[in-house]
Design a protein around this ligand. Structure first.
Ligand code: NAD
Length: 463
């Protein structure tokens, strides 16, 4: 036990919505400049407290220090990007679409919006939601995951001096009742979830009664295709960190690798060697490469999926069991499986816990065919020395993002729209697309009369 936090209730959500309504009265009159200034101040709060927030995140999740320590800089950059974007959220000033009428297309905030966050990148995901929401002029209520509420709570506490009351609130607690109350609340216009696909389906159904906007950043099962002309060393490193960063608990983590038959054997051997050399330990030990998984339940799930793969005839190349380690925590060895048998859970399910399959492919078309044979479509990568070939494969892949010779590299780049298709969800965060998703379009028509050129007036109706 590292901390205790309140287990929130539906009544807490009701109180937060009341406070948000009050905050909205003032907040809706703020100019883009005011909103920019708040976001810049929030970015400063992160930078000024970067070390504390990174340490707390390591405790919160068990994530390795080298992952946590990178996050504050990416988060403050994200808020600064949306600070600038707040001043670029424009409608279309005027057009004469009907005779004698002037039209204005306005971009307006949605009002009160809710963000429901996962446990793998707790504050990081909350920041992804708050940047576009506040930039577009909304007030927001965020629910962190029940396993990892600490950094969001601490951030809001640190930001008290710059945050107008009620503009950004946090309610801790379980999916039901807290998340569910946000999803069903009639005063909330949008709910944005980053979480599991099953949760996304449920939320989409439950949000239907109040006809909310729903933004879903869901699971993934990213494929990586290594073509016969790939740089083998780079591809192995890409696979290693693509699969095992943040202990494999990354939505765009590599879970399926398809390697050209010419490289397959060497690739598997080198990946296994590199995986075995990773140092497993406490997240707050700077020499640790991999920390524990988030919970006992998560480790049980990973173990079930691995056992099922073995039952379906798959060979475990390395890992597949708990490492010998004298530490409390839900540790599991980085695992490489040499096949993805049809019917095995490892073939179709998101595992989210440092297990990756490596399969030999006959050629480029075979790689693409296997890669797109999945309900998920979040990220994907192709590895080749021939960039034209890389782009051809990138076009053929089903995914929200495709990397050529990298995987998940641009995950935090704010100009890059982020999101998935199919079971990986819909809607985009980051970029202008993320901003537009947090606003709605209003069309205003005024009977302003016909506009005449200046030379017309001395001779026209008036004179
Ligand atoms: P989860 O779906 O179990 O929980 C996510 C959040 O939803 C939590 O805050 C939880 O309390 C809440 N919740 C659960 N049931 C709810 C309900 N009925 N109504 C309202 N809220 C409810 O997901 P998780 O296990 O915390 O996170 C891991 C998942 O998140 C993985 O599937 C991962 O791929 C995904 N993820 C996706 C992205 C992305 O950008 N696409 C990023 C990070 C994580």
């Amino acid at each position: 036990v590292i901390a205790e936090v309140p287990r929130g209730t539906a009544e807490d959500v009701e109180r937060a919505v009341d406070a948000a309504k009050k905050a909205w009265l003032d907040w809706q009159d703020k100019t883009p400049k005011d909103r920019m200034e708040l976001l810049l101040a929030l970015a400063d709060v992160i930078d000024e407290n970067a070390e504390e927030l990174a340490r707390l995140e390591t405790q919160n999740v068990g994530k390795p220090w080298w992952v946590a320590v990178d996050e504050p800089g990416i988060m403050s950059d994200n808020l600064r990007f949306f600070a600038g974007a707040a001043r670029n959220l424009e409608g279309k000033a005027a057009g004469e679409y009907a005779a004698g009428h002037t039209s204005i297309i306005r971009r307006e905030p949605l009002g009160i919006v809710a963000g429901i966050c996962p446990w793998n990148y707790p504050l990081f995901m909350a920041v992804w939601k708050m940047g576009p929401a506040l930039a577009a002029g909304n007030v927001q209520i965020i629910k962190p995951a029940e396993q990892t509420p600490l950094t969001m709570l601490r951030f809001v506490e640190l930001a008290q001096e710059v945050l107008p009351p009620g503009v950004l609130q946090v309610v801790t607690g379980d999916g039901i009742p807290v998340g569910d109350a946000l999803v069903r609340h009639p005063a909330i216009s949008l709910v944005s979830l980053t979480g599991d696909t099953a949760t996304g389906k449920l939320i989409a159904r439950n949000a239907a009664d109040t006809v909310k906007h729903v933004h879903l950043e869901l699971g993934g099962k990213d494929p990586m295709i290594v073509l016969d002309d790939a740089d083998l060393g780079r591809a192995v490193e890409g696979a290693l960190w693509g699969s095992f960063t943040n202990c494999g608990q990354v939505c765009s983590g590599v879970e399926r690798i398809y390697v050209a038959r010419e490289l397959h054997e060497q690739f598997v051997t080198r990946l296994a060697e590199r995986a075995q050399a990773l140092r497993i330990g406490r997240g707050d030990d700077p020499s640790t490469d991999l920390g524990p998984l988030i919970s006992e339940r998560q480790r049980e799930r990973v173990e079930e999926v691995v056992a099922d793969a073995v039952e379906h005839g798959a060979e475990i190349v390395t890992g597949g069991a708990r490492p010998r380690i004298e530490l409390p925590g839900w540790f599991f060895a980085p695992t490489v499986i040499g096949a993805e048998p049809e019917g095995a859970r490892v073939r179709r399910e998101e595992i989210f816990g440092r297990v990756v399959t490596v399969v030999r492919i006959e050629d480029e078309a075979d790689g693409v065919r296997r890669a797109i044979d999945s309900a998920f479509a979040l990220g994907a990568s192709v590895w080749t020395r021939d960039r034209a070939r890389g782009r051809r494969v990138a076009e053929a892949l089903e995914a929200g993002t495709v990397w050529i010779n990298d995987h998940a590299y641009s995950y935090g780049v704010c100009q890059a729209p982020w999101g998935g298709r199919g079971a990986s969800g819909h809607g985009r965060t980051h970029s202008k697309h993320g901003l537009y998703a947090l606003s709605h379009v209003k069309y205003v028509d005024t009977d302003a009369g016909r506009l005449r050129p200046p030379w017309w007036y001395p001779y026209g109706d008036d004179g």
